[in-house]
Write a protein that binds this ligand. Structure first.
Ligand code: ADP
Ligand code: MG
Length: 882
């Protein structure tokens, strides 16, 4: 094996290649350069690193070997060790590191163990093992606790310090088991009860585990130190019990590190390219599992030689078995032998991954300086040299942490479920809120609507009442003023009248019955009186008086009832019957020249009544008796009077009745009413009746004889109602048409009365005034033509000219015609000419002669102008062509 002055073993070349290598630089980089993977194909080669450490001379050696030189000479700078064969020959060996007796514990840790610890933290398996003769410092190097001197802390203590400093206790975990292998039995140093722990190998991965061993999680250095002490104590106790020494057993500290790799670190590895957020969320975290084995082997010396003769051979064999099996395996690995007898011992099974496996492995071979143990030292050195040839394939132990991903996802799902429930609740609350609001709004809208409906209903009712009221008022007005707008409501009025008539008929029937009953009672009473007077009972006179009074009363009642019946009948006649004014016949009459009439003295629609109705009136008044009706005109009862005057007026509208009325004293009665009645309606109707009667010439004289003119003039002066004025004007106008009455009419104020009534601007009144003036002028012109009248026109005398001139061109054609005629008549009498010229009448006459639409009047005017010398001369003076 050795060769003088050169490298000793046949692997010299290979070793040479590794001379410059160091523990650090030759080890796989701890992070960046290793492609991390859980698959078998991504491993990197990593040779077992071996350092040699020389123990300082102990007291015994110092004393005993003081004169002898050490058997080894170290060249640490060259990482070489020279083993003296004899005084003249040395063998030189190269190691990955050579520690002199002065090497500090710290340096030994940092060079030998620290790179392995770092690899384990990165997810590799790692092994740090001490091999050497008993007493050379294996335990000192690995297991020294350094309680008294912290500088002496060994690899176990310093490794755990490093591990705890580099992991995060929140996500990572560190656990330890502490075992002893003695005579092919594995004992649990943390629990003495476990004294035969079996090794389990995973068939797929080949991983070795000790499921029976106590596993203690380490969270701090102090508790780890306690564990080490406990293990040490158990080891001592066990060895005492077995009557052996600790040097004959192997101590194995197993440290398991689990580290969770953050997503970013994992992404940096390039294994996860999926960038979608969902994929990131569901990417399982990576779990790295590193296992660190710190193995303090039993002494490598031969049993017999080391003074263990007292022990049973079996024990020695067992001790030799594990170590020699390890040696054989390492030899096989070093020589790339096809067969590695791993299964030969428990130690080799436990260290299966450490030599020829995936672990990063460092070995410290410890030697002593004493030449007395030269052979053992040489053997140890050779073991180290062979171990340096073992190549491991480092593989990261990394897996997806599905369990923690599952937990994380569960937490996320729980969060989402809670959030969903919250949102669901919020949504339901919102829906309920909206629903309530909507209901409230609908309710409010309904209320508002109901109120508005109520208001609208009230308004409609009010409007309805109003229109009903107006209608009633209108009808009332129509009843009072029959000519005004009657055509608008003629139909309804007729309906009303029909109803009224039927009501009156009923009343009449009633009254007739009452009268009959009263008559019967009277005759009864008469009979009783006769009986009583015949009996002539004493003291009966008072009864007789009473009965007479009763009889008188009954007679009065009878009279009253009779009156009432008459009134009712006549009223019925008046309302129901067809009446016509004198004017209907006035067209054929002599007084009006077919111009105008009081056509609407009574209700216009009565004009359309049937002949049957008219006959009924005649029958009725014949039945009741004219005298009776006339007498009612003087009744004290105003309502009786008004009905009576209506009946008389109605009768007076019929020419056939007029004579009879006058004969019965009706005219006188009517004039009396005009004089005495306080009631405007009565006066109006009386005036109307008088106007009708005044169509007859003899009646006209009669009216004059009863100072009718002054009565009419008085009424004209007092009345306000246009209808009354119209009637009065109509009556006077009729009187104006009588040639014989001219002077008297004028002297009793007839003309002035006519002119006075123009204060009322009602066209019906003005029309009657105009007719009266025209009639009067006609009579005057006739009289002057006959030479009866000589002087100026009485109309002019009474100041009618200005009004005549003013109304000569009145827009109402009826008024205009009368006035035009009046002008023509006045102009025919030469004595009027001067007044007419000065009054502006000439212009009007001239206009009539040119523009009048009535050809006869136009011709009359032209003729009149042409025949008057005064007018002609005036016109000539004004250069007007005739
Ligand atoms: P082993 O475990 O190999 O049997 P130990 O570690 O028990 O050897 O060491 C034997 C003795 O030598 C112990 O008292 C130990 O303190 C001491 N010793 C070992 N190595 C050193 C060293 N490098 N420096 C100081 N003392 C040491
Ligand atoms: Mg020891």
């Amino acid at each position: 094996m050795a060769s003088g002055g050169g490298y000793r073993n046949g692997n010299h070349k290979a070793q040479n290649l590794r001379v410059s290598s160091s523990f650090k630089s030759k080890l796989p980089p701890s992070t960046s350069n290793i492609r991390r993977s859980s698959s078998a194909g991504d491993a990197v080669s990593g040779r077992v690193r071996v350092a040699v450490r020389l123990r300082p001379r102990n007291a015994e050696e110092l004393a005993a070997d003081a004169d002898f030189a050490d058997c080894v000479e170290l060249q640490p700078e060259l990482k070489r060790l020279k083993l003296r064969k004899n005084n003249w020959d040395t063998d030189t060996y190269e190691f990955d590191e050579v520690f002199t007796e002065f090497a500090s514990q710290k340096r030994v840790y940092e060079v030998v163990a620290k790179p392995v610890v770092e690899s384990v933290l990165d997810g590799y398996n790692g092994t740090v093992m001490a091999y050497g003769q008993t007493g050379t410092g294996k335990t000192y190097t690995l297991g020294q606790l350094g309680d008294d001197d912290p500088s002496t802390r060994g690899i176990m203590v310093r490794s755990m310090e490093d591990i705890l400093a580099n992991i995060s206790l929140g996500t990572d975990s560190v656990s330890v088991s502490y075992l002893q292998l003695y005579m092919e039995t594995i004992q649990d140093l943390l629990n003495t009860a476990n004294d035969n722990i079996s090794i389990v190998e995973d068939q797929k991965t080949g991983d070795v585990s000790l499921p029976g061993a106590t596993v203690v999680e380490v969270r701090d250095q102090q508790s780890f130190l306690e564990l080490l002490k406990l293990g040490e104590a158990h080891r001592y106790a066990a060895n005492t019990k077995l009557n052996t020494e600790s040097s004959r057993s192997h101590a194995i500290l197993m440290v398991n590190i689990k580290r969770s790799v953050s997503g970013r670190e994992a992404d940096a590895s390039g294994e996860f390219d999926d960038t979608s957020p969902l994929a990131t969320n569901f990417k399982p975290p990576i779990l790295r599992k590193g296992k660190l084995l710190l193995v303090d082997l039993a002494g490598s010396e031969r049993v017999l030689k080391s003074g263990s003769e007292g022990h049973m051979l079996e024990e020695a064999k067992s001790i030799n078995l594990s170590l020699s099996a390890l040696g054989k395996c390492i030899n096989a690995l070093a020589e790339n032998s096809a067969h590695v007898p791993v299964r030969d011992s428990k130690l080799t099974r436990l260290l299966k991954d450490s030599f020829g496996g995936t672990s990063r492995t460092s070995l410290v071979v410890t030697i002593g300086p004493s030449p007395r143990h030269r052979a053992e030292t040489a053997s140890t050195i050779l073991f180290g040299q062979r171990a340096m040839k073992v190549e491991n394939m480092l593989k990261i132990k990394e897996e997806f942490d599905y369990r923690s991903m599952c937990k994380r996802l569960e937490v996320q799902v729980d969060k989402l479920i809670a959030e969903n429930e919250r949102q669901q609740k919020a949504f339901e609350d919102e829906v309920n809120k909206i629903k309530l609001e909507a209901q409230q709004r609908v309710f409010e809208a309904e209320q508002n609507f109901a109120e508005e409906l109520k208001d609208e209903k009230i308004k409609c009712q009010m409007e309805y009442m109003d229109s009903i009221k107006k209608l009633e008022e209108k009808m009332l007005y129509q009843q009072k003023h029959p000519t005004n707008g009657v055509t608008d409501i003629g139909e309804s009025h007729r309906g009303f009248a029909t109803e009224e008539v039927s009501e009156l008929k009923k009343l009449l029937q009633n009254e007739i019955q009452i009268r009959k009953a009263a008559e019967e009672e009277i005759s009864n009473l008469k009979d009783q009186i006769i009986k009583l007077s015949k009996q002539e009972l004493p003291g009966g006179s008072s009864d007789t008086i009473y009965l007479q009074k009763l009889l008188e009363e009954e007679t009065r009642e009878k009279k009253r009832l009779e009156e009432e019946v008459i009134i009712l009948k006549s009223q019925l006649t008046f309302e129901d019957g067809q009446t016509r004014s004198y004017a209907d016949r006035g067209r054929n009459g002599n007084s009006l020249s077919g111009l105008e009439s009081l056509s609407s003295l009574t209700h216009p629609h009565y004009k359309n009544g049937s002949n049957g109705d008219r006959a009924a009136i005649t029958n009725l008044h014949e039945q009741v008796g004219l005298h009776k009706i006339m007498s009612l005109l003087e009744s004290e009862d105003a309502s009786v009077q008004i009905h009576a005057v209506k009946v008389v007026a109605n009768l007076a509208a019929e020419e056939a009745n007029q004579e009879k009325i006058v004969e019965a004293g009706g005219l006188t009665s009517l004039l009396m009413l005009l004089r005495n009645s306080e009631d405007e309606t009565i006066r109006r109707i009386a005036a109307g009746a008088i106007a009708n009667l005044a169509m007859n010439e003899s009646n006209q004289e009669l009216i004059m004889a009863h100072s009718g003119i002054s009565l009419l003039a008085m009424t004209a002066a007092e009345a306000e109602d246009p209808q009354t004025l119209r009637m009065v004007a109509g009556a006077i106008a009729n009187l104006c048409g009588n040639d014989k009455l001219q002077t008297r009419l004028r002297s009793e104020g007839g003309i002035r009365a006519l002119l006075g009534m123009v204060r009322c601007r009602h066209p019906d009144v003005l029309s009657q005034v105009a007719r009266g003036i025209a009639n009067f002028a006609k009579c005057e012109s006739r009289a002057s033509a006959q030479g009866i009248k000589l002087g100026r026109s009485l109309l002019i005398e009474d100041g009618a000219l200005p009004w005549i001139v003013q109304n000569a061109n009145n827009e109402a054609s009826l008024i205009r015609r009368h006035v035009e005629l009046a002008l023509c008549h006045l102009a025919q009498h030469e004595v009027n000419a001067k007044d007419m010229i000065s009054g502006g009448a000439l212009w009007e006459l001239y206009r009539i002669s040119r523009d009048c639409t009535r050809e006869d009047i136009k011709a009359l005017a032209r003729q009149t102008l042409a025949s008057s010398p005064t007018f002609l001369s005036e016109m000539r003076r004004l250069h007007i062509d005739v």
